[in-house]
Design a protein around this ligand. Sequence first.
Ligand SMILES: Cc1cc2nc3c(=O)[nH]c(=O)nc-3n(C[C@H](O)[C@H](O)[C@H](O)COP(=O)(O)O)c2cc1C
Length: 185
Amino acid sequence: MSKVYTVAVVVGSLRKDSINRKVALALAELAPANLQLNIVEIGDLPLYNEDIDGATPPAAYSTFRKQVSSSDAVLFVTPEYNRSVPAPLKNAIDVGSRPYGQSAWSGKPGAVISVSPGAIGGFGANHHLRQSLVFLDVPCMQQPEAYLGGAGSVFDEAGKVSEKTKPFLQAFIDAYSKWVAKQHA
Ligand SMILES: Cc1cc2nc3c(=O)[nH]c(=O)nc-3n(C[C@H](O)[C@H](O)[C@H](O)COP(=O)(O)O)c2cc1C
């Protein structure tokens, strides 16, 4: 059997009914057999503060860092807040990047999908996030780009993805599985 790669999935919204979380779950279902997607929770991470990040960091920091560093790849599914990434997501990125020189993100094959009910699909958030990922040495899949707009009508009441959007998500996750395998080859 070919290798199964574990993927730490970071969802940029903390909302219970988050569309982004639904997209993350849909991607987990659509993922090819060589990818195992696991959502890594970021809602309980204290706001990053170097003063509390000494010899005994908050348990939530340590858990999060371990979850990311023990994964083979990272996937970001995020809404756009004011043309950038939501604060909890930026916080999670900062937490994972420390202690200095021991970033949990370094070298993990990544991808970004931004999801918004708006028309431009969170383009601003997607590219602000990519700016940090360049610095964090996360090789990021370039194509297909994934800006999912009009996302308010993508899921039915049961949380099932629409037939119209399914091929878009399938193409994205199929390309990502190839990207992850290539980076680990
Ligand atoms: C503080 C705030 C700022 C927002 N800014 C944007 C924005 O810049 N662009 C956009 O497309 N949607 C924006 N939205 C709307 C979100 O895209 C929308 O609430 C979306 O459903 C959030 O994703 P979720 O359903 O996964 O929580 C904003 C929402 C909030 C709460």
